[in-house]
Design a protein around this ligand. Structure first.
Ligand SMILES: *Cc1c(COP(=O)(O)O)cnc(C)c1O
Length: 390
């Protein structure tokens, strides 16, 4: 089986579990140790040195301390890397911790202090990059504005596709081309590795808020960056020094979530397609934002870059903000809540919530609601929306 090329569905179930038979167990062990016994000072010290500088544990040297390495988290990282088609991945305590580490790593790796941020981005990402906390200068731009935004000290180009909350698709290969050798980070949270592998289009760093689809059950907060070994070492160094660790229980739950990810995405996407079609015929809905419509994919990226439109959509309401208040107050099967990507459907108002920290001129309009379609029956979801929109 080692030589067999496995499909994504098989990898989702089996990746990161290669050591289990040798351990004599069937489910991945949840290792909660904060420290681990040292074989001797020399080997323990060598292992410490290796991990503190971004490497792996030294054979026979142990994992020393949980801020440096955790086997349960490492299994999730190995599995996610396989799904993204990268050699490694590095997990963090949240998506924002992952983005923080990526920016810090990009600064130390390239020596630059300038970031190009392609809008629209998740509100928290947009805010973090411009907050001054990371000591970077940021130029915000549209995808076509990347070449003009570049500077000699640009250390990172950040882009998201599909974009949050209005699902704009960005041509990743075109941004990589325009970045002219600067590393490009793609936030792949909405697409997941089931629908899109940005590394195959030249992205150096592929970021996920694992809180969303990877976990998929609304019960874990985490982040992860898939990349090559050199970037992984830089990211692990940042993580070891700053301590933004994914808890082992989070690693366990995320690894478990990956097994059903392809199945969940396909089912949720199928319902999103049905609902997008129905919503576009509703008089109280002015516009549906969904990559599965011709207007949602004007340059034909689905099929070329993405394997499907995903399960997120947004609607612009004819009745404006007042209608948004009514709809979010009336839904019963949908939960009025931020976040996305879980087995249950959520609806929220980006301008007031997820995109609140974004500068007013770049904030989504107040008549827009974002929907994350879950695993409920699509007809039940439609009936819930019909009642709420009436
Ligand atoms: C939620 C989200 C983030 C932030 O992740 P957290 O796990 O909440 O820190 C980043 N990017 C996108 C696209 C998101 O949806």
């Amino acid at each position: 089986m080692a030589d067999q090329v496995l499909s994504l569905d098989s990898l989702a179930v089996h990746a990161g579990r290669e050591d289990l038979v040798g351990l004599g167990v069937h489910a991945p062990p949840l290792d909660l140790s904060s420290t681990s016994p040292l074989p001797d000072i020399g080997l323990g010290g060598a292992s410490y040195e290796s991990m503190a500088t971004g490497g792996h544990p030294v054979p026979g040297g142990g994992t020393v301390y949980a801020r440096l390495w955790n086997p349960t988290v490492a299994r999730f990282e190995a599995a996610l890397a396989r799904l993204e088609g990268t050699e490694e991945s590095v997990a963090f305590s949240s998506g924002m911790a992952a983005l923080t580490a990526a920016v810090l790593a990009a600064k130390t790796e390239t020596g630059g202090r300038h970031v190009v941020a392609v809008r629209p981005l998740y509100g928290g990402s947009d805010h973090l990059l411009g907050s001054g906390l990371l000591d970077v200068e940021v130029t915000y731009c549209a995808p076509a504005g990347v070449p003009a935004a570049l500077r000699p000290d640009t250390c990172l180009v950040v882009v998201e596709s599909p974009g949050n909350p209005t699902l704009e698709l960005v041509d990743i290969a075109a941004v990589v081309d325009a970045a002219a050798g600067r590393p490009v980070l793609v936030d792949n949270t909405f697409a997941t590795p089931v629908l899109q592998n940005p590394a195959a289009h030249g992205a150096a760093l592929v970021l996920h808020s694992a809180t969303k689809y990877l976990g998929g059950h609304g019960d874990v907060v985490g982040g992860v960056v898939a990349c090559d070994p050199a970037w992984a070492a830089a990211l692990r160094r940042v993580r070891a020094v700053t301590g933004a660790l994914l808890h082992p229980l989070g690693g366990y739950l995320l690894h478990r979530g990956l097994a059903t990810l392809p199945l969940r995405i396909r089912a949720q996407q199928g319902s999103a397609e049905k609902l997008a079609g129905w919503l576009s015929s509703q008089p109280s809905v002015r516009r549906v934002f969904f990559p599965g419509t011709p207007e949602g994919d004007p340059t034909g990226l689905i099929g070329r870059q993405m394997r499907g439109p995903g399960a997120m959509l947004a609607i612009q309401l004819a009745g404006g903000y007042e209608q948004a208040v009514r709809v979010t107050g009336r839904v019963r099967l949908f939960t009025h809540a931020v976040s996305l990507g879980g087995v249950d459907s959520l609806i929220q108002h980006p301008a007031a919530l997820t995109h609140r920290p974004v500068a007013p001129d770049a904030r989504p309009d107040a008549d827009i609601l974002r929907l994350s379609i879950g695993l409920e029956d699509a007809d039940d979801l439609r009936a819930d929306l019909a009642r709420a929109l009436a």
